[in-house]
Design a protein around this ligand. Structure first.
Ligand SMILES: Cc1cc2nc3c(=O)[nH]c(=O)nc-3n(C[C@H](O)[C@H](O)[C@H](O)COP(=O)(O)OP(=O)(O)OC[C@H]3O[C@@H](n4cnc5c(N)ncnc54)[C@H](O)[C@@H]3O)c2cc1C
Length: 333
């Protein structure tokens, strides 16, 4: 890795100051970078994916490691809360079952003990052409996406094109389904952004995965109380049961009317797209209908409309449709 200056931030404002990029046009992978648990950042530094002149330690910022009630039945989750803290928190367990499932599906207890919620949402994609030092892919400023005609078993079937990586976070699809927002701090102060608008596709900016500008950090994730939270689930298919990223995943949440028809629905796909892939057309299709085999199949078909396989990843279409059907059966039971 390149050498860099190490700076421990004393507050959010201090972190923002320390992360200020230099004058002129800076390559996004060369701007100062924040570090939380460091599990993704250190490997990205070692393989020269990021080459910052300064790494800013966020762990020294007080107060970002707590989960607090928002006073209205929802939660405020500090960006430095670990995934273990999240999955073990009493309010998360009692009110947001899908979020516990998403958290426990991540990697191993050791990784969850160190990995933070903010780091999980901002981690870089795992496409091996992006991760391998000797492939100058489009996402790293090169001219092509090697996955398109290469080894693309794990790549995207939705939201690709210019680049075809998959969004790696398991928390993100579930948090999008739960209507979460993130608080972003930067030189101009703080702003709250719905998580569904936080992630960007390669067609919007092929070098970045989020709307964060250089010098900005996530300080908090807000999960509102929701009539759908009690009926939420996260189903993930991975190749190795012990630890693995999603080959496909579905975050689902439902509110049922007294007659058992759907009042509201949220369906967000993971492991198949360049962003957590919400499918509003499938959600609308379900409203007013009971959940049964016919509507499960109908929603599953609609959810994968527009999916394009690249050669080795066509299996993701029926796999994801199966997960959609199973997730709807589970949350309606
Ligand atoms: C072997 C392995 C398996 C894994 N499997 C899974 C899995 O199955 N599912 C899954 O979801 N994840 C998985 N992960 C990812 C793991 O959960 C993440 O590495 C971890 O959550 C990142 O958190 P961190 O705190 O270590 O982030 P860091 O490594 O510190 O940061 C990650 C990135 O986010 C940026 N960042 C960190 N915090 C902030 C912030 N507050 N604001 C803005 N930017 C920030 C950093 O600059 C960096 O680019 C796996 C990781 C490993 C190593």
């Amino acid at each position: 890795m390149n050498s860099f200056e190490w700076a421990s931030a004393s507050s959010v404002e201090d972190a923002v100051k320390l992360l200020k990029p230099g004058e002129g046009k800076v390559d996004p992978d060369e701007a100062p970078r924040p570090m939380a648990g460091g599990q993704d950042l250190l490997t990205s530094l070692k393989s020269y994916i990021v080459r910052p002149n300064r790494v800013v330690n966020l762990k020294t910022v007080q107060g970002l490691d707590k989960i607090e009630a928002d006073g209205a039945g929802g939660l405020k989750i500090g960006a430095l809360v670990t995934i273990t803290q999240l999955e073990e928190h009493a309010d998360v367990k009692s009110k947001f079952p899908g979020l516990v499932e998403a958290a426990t599906s991540i990697a191993t207890p050791q990784i969850r003990n160190l990995g933070t919620v903010g780091g999980n949402l901002c981690q870089r994609p795992r496409c091996w052409y992006f991760r391998l030092e000797n492939y100058e892919c489009r996402k790293k400023g090169g001219q092509e996406c090697f996955a398109k005609d290469g080894e693309n078993k794990y790549n995207a079937i939705l939201g690709g094109g210019k680049s075809n990586y998959v969004h790696p976070s398991d928390l993100a699809p579930m948090l999008v389904a739960l209507g979460a927002s993130v608080v972003v701090a930067g030189a101009e102060g703080r702003r709250t952004v719905p998580l569904g608008e936080f992630f960007v596709m390669p067609s919007q900016d092929v070098r970045r995965e989020t709307i964060l500008k250089d010098g900005e950090i996530v300080t908090e994730i807000i999960v509102p109380a929701s009539a759908m939270a009690a009926r939420s689930t996260y189903l993930k298919f991975k190749e190795r049961d012990s630890l693995d990223f999603a080959m496909s995943a579905v975050a689902a949440a439902l509110e049922l009317a007294p007659d058992k028809t759907v009042r509201q629905a949220r369906l967000v796909l993971g492991g198949v797209a360049t962003i957590p892939w919400r499918v509003p057309a499938a959600e609308t299709y379900l409203v007013g209908k009971p959940i049964n085999e016919e509507t499960q199949a109908g929603a599953a078909k609609i959810a994968l409309e527009g999916a394009k396989s690249m050669g080795q990843n066509a299996y993701k279409i029926p796999l994801t449709q199966t997960l959609v059907r199973r997730a709807l059966a589970k949350v309606s039971a």
